[in-house]
Design a protein around this ligand. Sequence first.
Ligand SMILES: Nc1ncnc2c1ncn2[C@@H]1O[C@H](COP(=O)(O)OP(=O)(O)O)[C@@H](O)[C@H]1O
Ligand SMILES: [Mg+2]
Length: 163
Amino acid sequence: MVSMCEWDESPLAIQHAIVDWDGQDRGIALAGDRGVGKTMGMALMMVGLAGAELDFSFENAHTLFKLFQTFTDEARERQKMLTGCGHLFIDDLGTEYAKDWNLGEFYELVNRRELLRLPTTITSNLSIDFWEQQGLQWSRIIDRLRGQAMDWIEIGGKSMRAQ
Ligand SMILES: Nc1ncnc2c1ncn2[C@@H]1O[C@H](COP(=O)(O)OP(=O)(O)O)[C@@H](O)[C@H]1O
Ligand SMILES: [Mg+2]
């Protein structure tokens, strides 16, 4: 399901999605401009999981893509851990670091998580329409993430930071 809302409804839309969220089996995708409350929404979800003593990990997308290019044992361990953790939160998925040569590894990660039925939650300042027009590899990634997401929320318009 993809829900759309305007910027002045964004805190409520995000909060409603989180209240309805079952907390375990599915992720949520939060898309919208900078400052609409995506990271805050994600933080609330993590607080919920921590309270229930459930396993989760958080990684900024930029750091995650850097990890794919780091060839140390430590980086490999971290990658393995992120692939197998109970719920993975990826903040700020964008295009600047999403080069073709490390998209394959990102696809592997989301695909493996889907096969293992492990939820992944993402935030992005880019819309689902945008992602779907970024070529085959991105459509495959978005397809896996959509299969995982209980809800895909797109928030239009202005930032709360600017208010
Ligand atoms: N539900 C909310 N109610 C009030 N302020 C909020 C809410 N969610 C986020 N904010 C505030 O809005 C600003 C932007 O939130 P943030 O989650 O960082 O946005 P994003 O990740 O979409 O860029 C922050 O200063 C944050 O504290
Ligand atoms: Mg953010």
